[in-house]
Design a protein around this ligand. Structure first.
Ligand SMILES: Nc1nc2c(c(=O)[nH]1)N[C@H]1C(S)=C(S)[C@@H](COP(=O)(O)OP(=O)(O)OC[C@H]3O[C@@H](n4cnc5c(N)ncnc54)[C@H](O)[C@@H]3O)O[C@H]1N2
Ligand code: MOO
Length: 408
């Protein structure tokens, strides 16, 4: 383990990767319907007040609460206020108006009597129970001119809804960072091929293209290249032609004679920032720059490629789009489901199942097999248990740190 002590830590590697982003990528205007997953380049400022007037939160009757308080009180029903078409006069003494959810509250009314609590006979209203306020006051959600969403916010379903609600149809977002993906290995073939016994299907390009898309980037899958210096250099030329912001290489990153990516990158003029970090899986990570592009070289083992994609590629793409939380710690503490031995010289990311115990606490149980080639164990896992360098052996029931693999 002697050499591993000198390896860069995961945290230091992420700091270096994020520090390499000197400025966010450019921006473009998009219709809101196309903005899912994209990051705002400019604030969304409310173009109107919401709700624009006081509106009812319930179906019922708009009343003055004090007038219904007396025993036997009755109010005269004088009209109706519907969503989109209010009652355009004010309420006079002892009057009420039929009202529906979302409809403007007439001037003079201060409460809504629920329809379930109302008795209406011959145009007069009596109450079986007191009215409640049930009024959403003007501007309760936001006021015209307020910043509803700040630059750097990523559009998920609810951010789209809020932007729409401010009456914004077009938003200025960061363009998608272009990520050229280069798979390398003589053994690799695309799915659906006639495979020889020594061949395997290339999977990492699917994993990483999906991670790129999830992070708001544009994957450019350049295909599979041979373990051959000239072929790898050709791949890097294609990546540069494609004006990639990030060149993502898969495999060939380790120490074997056929691990030629680093030599090919160096031949093409890459400035190496670091190679190899203190994590498992994922030790042979490469990071550097080549021309205007950043270079991230992920290890070939499928689980290593995925975990490194999650920990380094996604934050990098978020930082390139101006997300101020790109480096946020997304780990959480839960309980360990089975005992673990002491950890050694690399931070370990163990695939684990999550479930609830009888007390409703979340328990993470490591999968029995942790080989970094096993995709089945990855698909069966909901989290990675993070074990620090040198962490002592742990018993079931002790706290442990996890990173969720799936959103709730
Ligand atoms: N002597 C040493 N051997 C290895 C070390 C080491 O430090 N010393 N590191 C090990 C670790 S950790 C890993 S991870 C692997 C990574 O090596 P490479 O990045 O050079 O990857 P390859 O050798 O090209 O492939 C490893 C493995 O993954 C499969 N692979 C590659 N690309 C793909 C792909 N696109 N889709 C699916 N599977 C892929 C490949 O067939 C190999 O089985 O090195 C260890 N060795
Ligand atoms: O990163 Mo490797 O996958 O530790 O085997």
């Amino acid at each position: 383990m002697a050499g591993e002590k000198a390896l860069l830590s995961v945290d230091a590697a992420l700091v270096k990767i994020l520090a390499s982003v000197s400025a966010p990528v450019g921006s473009e205007d998009l219709p809101l319907a196309d903005a899912l997953g994209r990051t705002l380049a400019a604030d969304v400022v409310a173009r109107r007040t919401q709700p624009p007037v006081d509106v009812s939160a319930m179906d019922g009757y708009a009343v003055r609460a004090a007038e219904l308080a007396a025993p036997g009180a009755r109010l005269k029903l004088v009209g109706e206020s519907a969503a989109g078409k209010g009652f355009d006069a004010a309420l006079h003494a002892n009057e009420c108006v039929r009202i529906f959810t979302g409809a403007p509250v007439p001037t003079g009314a201060d409460a809504i009597l629920l329809q379930e609590d109302a008795v209406v006979e011959d145009g007069w209203l009596a109450a079986k129970a007191p009215p409640g306020p049930h009024i959403r006051t003007k501007g309760l959600d936001f006021i015209e001119g307020e910043t509803a969403l700040s630059a750097g916010t990523r559009f998920g379903p609810v951010e789209l809804a809020l932007a729409a609600s401010t009456n914004t149809a077009t938003v200025r977002v960061r363009r998608r960072p272009r990520v050229a993906i280069i798979a390398s290995g003589d053994e690799l073939a695309p799915p659906g091929s006639e495979l020889g016994p020594a061949q395997i299907v290339s999977t990492n390009n699917f994993t990483t293209a999906a991670l790129v898309t999830e992070a708001g980037g544009a994957p450019i899958d350049l295909g599979i290249f041979r373990d051959d210096l000239a072929d790898l250099q050709r791949a890097l030329g294609l990546a540069r032609q494609a004006k990639a912001d990030v060149i993502l290489t898969l495999g060939g990153a380790s120490v074997g004679e056929r691990d030629l990516l680093r030599p090919a990158l160096e031949k093409e003029g890459m400035t190496l920032d670091f190679w190899r970090i203190a994590m498992r899986p994922g030790k042979p990570l490469i990071f550097g720059s080549l021309g205007d592009a950043l270079v991230l070289g992920l290890p070939g083992n499928p689980v290593a490629a995925f975990v490194c994609g999650l920990l380094f590629l996604k934050p990098l793409l978020r930082a390139m789009q101006g997300d101020p939380d790109a480096d946020a710690d997304r780990t959480e503490i839960v309980l360990l489901g089975s005992k673990l031995p002491a950890n050694k010289a690399r931070r370990d990311y163990l695939r684990a199942r999550l479930n609830w115990n009888a007390e409703g606490q979340i328990v993470a149980t490591p999968q029995p097999l942790q080989d970094s080639s096993l995709l089945t164990e990855l698909v069966r896992s909901q989290a990675l248990i993070v074990r620090e360098i040198g962490e002592a052996a742990a018993e079931a029931g002790e706290p442990c740190r996890i990173l969720r693999l799936r959103e709730l």
